[in-house]
Design a protein around this ligand. Structure first.
Ligand SMILES: *Cc1c(COP(=O)(O)O)cnc(C)c1O
Length: 382
């Protein structure tokens, strides 16, 4: 039982995510931090960013960290640091948020999609190996929904073939494999502080973890137009900086991230129990068992039959839910020239048709989780 939350009436809406409620939980501290930055006169790359970068590196036990303007820019910057451009290929998953592949295409390189492992919704390492060519400049797995991709297999393949890995960790802060964070042992980990992520800013922000110190220096320079010294540019970079204001907010929220993630894990357990207690596990496919990974449950995502009808039904019961993602990237209009079609990646396509994400976050009550599962039972078992 959760005792810290007030009782909730039986038909009060259950939102998928309520960012104002997230803010309320730490409002006084966050608002004080914001005021302090406003009054300091220091708004870009100052003490708050320094502090945040150090605290993140300590939290993750990672190499050096670069605070950035967004998770998208983190991927872009990692690719730019590796000189990815026209003629290059980057192998990635078609079942992810658009930015994972959009950044590759923006640099004139070719996203090469391979199918997913349906159990985890993450990229299939065997398919990655089969897709490596002499043009492969990087492999870009995603830890989708906070579930770790099979990094052991991917790392073995990529080491053997001499291809660097960029891990898209946008949904995976707090995700671990045998106790060790994802994103810290590959060439790069790219992370997002988009407001809806487990650790969210009050606007756009992200960061990069880098293993190799020479690559770190280059990425840091590219973050500010490729400057190596004031007004001397070795590379063509961009403005990928994070704001002091966002860094100050994030430092406050980082302190409660582990509690937030434990809350999500507890709710995931509760969903599993309530779903099997009602015999719903014969109809719904639950997220794969965690094995030696720690899931951060950015989303609690099931596969369900009659998905769209179910979404509508939950809506009538005032229960928020999400579909991530309804259209796999190889079928996006902007990637038509890559030549994929329906049937190219059957696992990703099936997943896109069946996935349903239910509310998980540190503020839900046990009773609310029960109400979500009751509604599913009413829809599927009546
Ligand atoms: C959120 C997200 C991104 C992009 O992050 P932004 O901060 O929104 O730019 C990239 N990849 C994945 C998998 C994401 O979920």
């Amino acid at each position: 039982m959760t005792h810290s939350n007030p009782p909730v009436s039986a038909d009060e809406p259950i939102p998928l995510l309520d960012l104002a409620a997230v803010h309320r939980a730490q409002a006084a501290e966050i608002e004080a931090a914001v005021l302090q930055v406003l009054r300091s006169g220091r708004y870009v790359l100052g003490p708050e960013v320094d502090g945040l970068e150090k605290e993140l590196a300590a939290y993750l036990s990672s190499g050096p960290v670069l605070g950035l303007s967004s998770g998208t820019d983190a991927i872009l910057l990692a690719l730019m640091t590796l000189d990815v451009g026209p003629g290059d290929e980057v192998i990635t998953t078609p079942f992810t948020f658009f930015a994972t592949a959009g950044t590759v295409a923006r640099l004139g390189a070719k996203p090469v999609f391979v199918d997913i492992d349906r159990a985890t919704h993450n990229i299939d390492p065997k398919a990655v190996e089969a897709a490596i060519t002499p043009r492969t400049k990087a492999v870009l797995p995603v830890h989708l929904f906070g579930r770790a991709a099979d990094l052991d297999a991917l790392t073995a393949i990529c080491k053997r073939r001499g291809v660097p890995i960029i891990e898209d960790c946008a949904q995976a802060i707090g995700t671990r494999i045998r106790g060790r964070s994802v994103g810290i042992d590959s060439a790069f980990g790219t992370w997002s502080f988009f407001p809806s992520k487990n650790l969210g800013a009050a606007g756009d922000a992200g960061f990069l973890t880098v293993n190799d110190l020479a690559l770190f220096d280059k990425a840091k320079s590219l973050r500010a137009h490729g400057e190596i010294q004031r007004y001397h540019h070795r590379w063509v970079g961009g403005n990928f900086r994070i704001d002091e204001l966002q860094a100050a907010i994030l430092r406050v929220k980082l302190r409660t991230l582990d509690a937030e993630n434990s809350g999500r894990r507890r709710h995931a357990d509760l969903y599993r129990q309530a779903i099997s207690a009602r015999g719903l596990d014969r109809v719904l496919r639950l997220p794969a068992p965690e094995g030696d990974t720690t899931h951060s449950y950015h989303q609690f995502t099931l596969e369900v039959p009659r998905r769209d009808e179910c979404v509508e039904f939950l809506g009538k019961r005032k229960i928020g839910c999400g579909v991530y993602y309804p259209v796999p990237l190889h079928l996006q209009e902007c990637f038509a020239s890559l030549g994929y079609r329906r049937g190219s990646f059957p696992q990703a396509e099936e997943a896109a048709a069946r996935v349903l994400s239910l509310p998980v976050n540190g503020r839900l009550t046990d009773a609310q989780i029960e109400r979500v599962v009751d509604a599913l039972a009413e829809f599927y078992l009546r």
